[in-house]
Design a protein around this ligand. Structure first.
Ligand code: ATP
Length: 325
């Protein structure tokens, strides 16, 4: 087994409450014992529905707010108490950028680079994020997607060891999104710890080494994408989800007469797939009995599928299972 790379961020039993017992509204607990481990050389993705507590979790992780209980360790230190030395090792890209408006990306990024001892060469970041066309335009005039790339470059230029990316591809067109994904993969290969929040589950599925799903201020699932989608994270594998379809390949065309004489007893999404070598998809296989009905049907019409499989579950399927009350 490959040994796990060292943790760069751990949250243990983190609670965060607002309000006061004496006020009319009382105390509201926003985080109720959140745990997260993020490692160097890995992309750790935090997902969850609106209001799940992602932003609050990141604020605790970055030391912007102090948890009511629990422990946070960022590069081995308590980020709430740590000083400028720790901040220099951490990059943060905020959702709305927080960029100054009346300077150019060239001026801003050169300035930020000068604040760091060993900055990333600006030309390389500009090339990787395809920013040349707008480096000398005032930030105020840039499109949302262009500002987003400037904010990402600003978070990275100091060569951080850990970087927090809050919805890094929000508002980007597919081409720019691809550039951002490639850059994130490059950062991972360089050994950075990347902590990313996103509402795009395809993005999470593509980039994540490890996923934490938050709901109502708690971690409801965590694991690699493979662990979560196969149930190997210890959750109910839910192999019989009605949404999972059984796929099979019929080596021959089934005639209209055959199908009329022996109709499939289940809902079969097959009409347009009735070609030799075509993939048929059957939904509704939720029990061994239903599977038996399908194999009996194959037997009845003398069909031996050349391939049988289940449609792979995605992170989106897992997300819906845990998000829907
Ligand atoms: N200071 C605060 N006072 C009261 N409620 C708060 C405070 N901060 C956050 N909340 C509430 O806590 C919950 C979690 O908020 P948070 O912003 O962490 O969620 P999120 O998962 O980032 O949501 P989104 O996906 O919408 O950005 C929300 O219901 C929010 O309204």
């Amino acid at each position: 087994m490959v040994p796990a790379s060292p943790a760069c961020l751990t949250l243990t039993q983190v609670r965060y409450a607002v309000g006061s017992a004496r006020s009319a509204r009382g105390v509201t607990e926003i985080l109720s014992g959140v745990y997260i481990t993020a490692r160097r050389g890995e992309v750790t993705v935090i997902i969850g529905p609106n209001g799940a507590g992602k932003t609050t979790t990141l604020a605790c992780a970055q030391g912007l707010i102090r948890p009511s209980a629990g422990t946070v360790r960022l590069l081995g230190e308590d980020p709430f108490r740590a000083g400028a030395q720790l901040r220099a090792r951490v990059g943060v890209m905020l959702q709305d950028g927080g960029l100054p408006q009346s300077v150019t990306p060239q001026a801003l990024l050169s300035h930020v680079a000068r604040l760091h001892q060993d900055p990333w060469p600006l030309t390389e970041l500009v090339r990787r994020l395809d920013m040349t066309p707008f480096m000398r335009t005032n930030i105020r005039r840039l499109s949302g997607g262009q500002k987003q790339r400037v904010a990402l470059a600003a978070a990275l230029i100091g060569r951080p060891e850990v970087v927090f990316l809050d919805e890094p591809s929000a508002g980007l067109d597919p081409q720019s999104r691809q550039l951002v994904y490639e850059l994130i993969e490059h950062l991972r290969d360089l050994g950075l710890g990347i902590i990313l929040t996103t509402h795009l589950l395809e993005e999470a599925q593509r980039l994540a080494d490890s996923v934490f799903i938050l709901k109502d201020g708690r971690v409801v699932r965590h694991g690699s994408v493979a662990e979560l989608t196969t149930g190997a994270d210890g959750s109910d594998p839910d192999q019989n989800q009605p949404s999972r379809r059984l796929l099979f390949i019929s080596p021959r065309i089934l005639s209209r007469e055959e199908l009329a004489d022996a109709p499939l007893p289940l809902e079969l999404d097959g009409g347009t797939f009735n070609k030799a070598g075509a993939r048929w998809a059957v939904s509704g296989i939720t029990s061994p009995e239903a599977l038996g009905q399908l194999t009996s049907w194959w037997q009845q019409i003398g069909l031996m599928p050349s391939e049988i499989s289940y449609e792979a579950r995605t992170l989106e399927d897992v997300f819906w299972e845990v998000s829907v009350p």
